[in-house]
Write a protein that binds this ligand. Structure first.
Ligand SMILES: *[C@@H]1O[C@H](CO)[C@@H](O)[C@H](O)[C@H]1NC(C)=O
Ligand SMILES: *[C@@H]1O[C@H](CO)[C@@H](O)[C@H](O)[C@H]1NC(C)=O
Length: 316
């Protein structure tokens, strides 16, 4: 006979053994991105020189293109803008479904780059910042490496032992601290962002959100040791076998249930705005003149401002 205690310890053992095991619940590729995500024609909250367009407009102008296992999302790169008119056409897609604890795996072939670009693959809750935000991929002006960040209400900090290959930039995730820069970690891998990422054929980003925190991994295309379940987009994955993440946000000083709610997944490309458009950052990143002038007058500078995404899989 099993006592209640034995059953409980068995349950704990099982949970511990299977902690990293997740099953696919959603798979987005090509046209299923269009059915699973909404294009949101809303103003950019971070003051970008962008005009997020509707799905109908994006398809008509071929800014959004979905076929087979390809999803292209791009900014307009042919139109000169009037300084007094709206910003450059771009995209913001948000998943219809929300997710709490989950793993997302992105297979990306190309990301937007170039002066003034600020692309992101991220997720947040309808009540921001109470429900938190996780930025899986983010950067500006096609420069540097990938930045991974949490944004929360106060009381979520990153300390203690963090097993990660990336480099911590800030440790307080509170949006009210550090001008909402969040608790960021910079990837060390030069191929994790921008031109180098694109020249290498892209790669895989993965994010695990559980009660024990958030982890983000990156594997460049063709790298040795890409886990087989990641590379083939397996139905069942085991994150315990994925090795040291690029970023580790442990729950040690951050109660996950308290700071994170149900999240929608977002794919967007802002131009200029609060980060990419800051004059000093823009110039330090090797971009001449002013960001807004470049967006208005240099459409050809946005020829590489596009995502090419093979698939996104979500596991629960
Ligand atoms: C688009 O992405 C940037 C970068 O993460 C973000 O700061 C900005 O608020 C986003 N805009 C919208 C409308 O989601
Ligand atoms: C739309 O964009 C896709 C992807 O870049 C391209 O293959 C296709 O030819 C374009 N269609 C038109 C009508 O320009």
């Amino acid at each position: 006979m099993f006592s209640r205690g034995t059953l409980l310890s068995l349950a704990y053992l099982l949970t511990a053994v299977l902690a990293g095991t997740w099953n696919e619940c959603d798979s987005y590729s090509g046209k299923s991105f269009l059915s699973g995500f909404n294009h949101m024609a809303i103003p950019d909250p971070t003051h970008g020189r962008v005009n997020y367009v509707s799905e109908a407009t994006a398809l008509k102008k071929n800014l959004t293109f979905a076929k087979g296992d390809t999803l292209i999302l791009r900014a307009d790169h042919t139109t000169k803008l009037s300084a007094s008119g709206p910003g450059r056409d771009s995209f913001r897609l948000m998943s219809k479904k929300t997710y709490t604890n989950h793993v997302s795996v992105w297979n990306v072939r190309h990301m937007p780059r170039g002066c003034g670009t600020w692309p992101a693959l991220w997720e947040f809750g309808s009540n921001w910042p109470a429900h938190g935000e996780v930025d899986v991929v983010e950067g500006v002006n096609g420069h540097g490496t990938n930045q991974m960040t949490l944004h929360t209400t106060s009381g979520c900090t990153m300390g203690g032992s963090r097993k990660m290959s990336g480099h911590s930039v800030q440790t307080n995730c509170d949006v009210a601290a550090n001008g909402n820069s969040g608790c960021s970690v910079l990837d060390k891998n030069a191929n994790s962002y921008g031109l180098a990422f694109n020249n290498n054929g892209g790669g895989f980003y993965a994010m695990e959100r559980s009660n024990s925190g958030v982890k983000v991994w990156f594997w460049p295309r063709h790298a040795k040791g890409i886990p087989a379940d990641v590379a083939k987009g397996a139905k069942k994955i085991n994150t315990d076998k994925w090795g040291t993440p690029a970023a580790h946000f442990p729950a040690t000083s951050c109660n996950m249930a308290k700071h994170f709610g149900a999240h929608n997944i977002v794919i967007n490309l802002s131009l200029c705005g609060d980060w990419a458009g800051q004059q000093s950052i823009y110039n330090q990143d090797g971009c001449p003149g002013s960001c807004v002038d470049n967006v208005n007058n240099n459409p050809g500078g946005f020829a590489n401002a596009y995502f090419d995404i093979a698939w996104l899989k979500i596991y629960q």
